[in-house]
Write a protein that binds this ligand. Structure first.
Ligand code: NDP
Ligand code: 8X3
Length: 247
């Protein structure tokens, strides 16, 4: 049985990924700050299938301790799913809250590279795989995207850069860069369930299960195949973003 380490498994894409992988015969380390949600996952899927690791990804010491404390059955990580992340705010850069910017950089950039670095020796030893959930926001800009977009451009590109360093190790690396997925993402970003409902209404957005299916597909491909990047979008979203301002 193979083991996945899924960051941000208390909601959305991460939770769906744990459920999908476990249904396909994996065991998972599921991380997040909300312990009660991880406990519910364990109750649902079984303590032999899911190990809850409660920590804030911005706390490198806590991350290190959680990895060091993994029970033997969960310690050999074959797949890292770099998923924990968030956006905070949609204000234009000139009005944005600096604390929000710092939180996004700490979570989407610093924590993601720290977790990757900590698990790389195990992943190399086991010829494992890394899947990062980046975003279309890293490829196409939109108003108010600013630091979120920058952090996801980093995530997308860092993930591709890992391929070069891992050349010859057998470790597979994939950047999944989704468009709109209806999760708690927009509630977290705006603080408003109404804003979230308004954004997704009528869009027929992707679901967390859609992305989890892609993670599983990538992770279960024959070992000689590497998908470098996937950029899924809902049919009703596109990337035509040029505008002109008139004097
Ligand atoms: P959710 O808000 O539903 O889930 C986010 C997850 O990240 C939660 O489990 C949350 O856990 C975890 N997380 C956030 N901050 C921290 C932290 N400081 N420490 C530990 N865990 C943290 O959003 P999604 O499922 O949509 O987002 C998952 C990833 O997908 C993110 O990286 C996001 O940028 C990306 N993405 C999302 C898209 C979308 O449209 N929804 C599209 C493209 C990419 P907890 O709060 O319990 O700590
Ligand atoms: C989030 C996707 O399109 O809402 O990463 O910016 S989008």
């Amino acid at each position: 049985m193979k083991t996945a380490f899924v960051s941000g498994a208390t909601a959305g894409i991460g939770e769906a990924t744990v459920r999908t992988l476990v249904a396909s015969g994996w065991r998972c380390v599921a991380t997040g700050r909300r312990a009660e949600r991880l406990d519910a996952l364990v109750a649902d899927l079984g303590a032999d299938k899911v190990h809850p690791a409660v920590f804030d990804v911005r706390d490198a010491e806590a991350m290190n301790a959680a990895i060091a404390a993994l029970p033997e059955a969960f310690a050999g990580i074959d797949l890292l799913v770099n998923n924990a992340g968030l956006a905070q705010g949609l204000s234009p850069a000139q009005e944005a809250n600096l604390a929000n910017w710092q939180t996004m950089i700490d979570t989407n950039v610093t924590a993601m590279v720290t977790l990757t670095r900590l698990l790389l020796p195990t992943l190399i030893a086991r010829k494992g795989a890394i899947v990062t959930i980046g975003s279309v926001a890293g490829n196409y800009v939109y108003p108010g995207g600013n630091v979120y977009a920058g952090s996801k451009a980093f995530a997308n590109h860092f993930t591709l850069a890992l391929r070069a360093d891992l050349h010859g190790t057998g470790v597979r690396v994939t950047s999944i860069e989704p468009g709109m997925v209806e999760t708690e993402f927009t509630l977290v970003r705006t603080g408003s369930q109404q804003a979230s409902d308004d954004l997704y209404r009528g869009v027929n957005p992707m679901t967390a299960d859609d992305i989890a299916m892609m993670v599983k597909w990538v992770a279960e491909l024959p070992p000689h195949l590497n998908i470098n990047r996937l950029e899924p979008m809902p049919v009703n979203q596109d990337f035509a973003g040029f505008r002109v301002a008139r004097d």
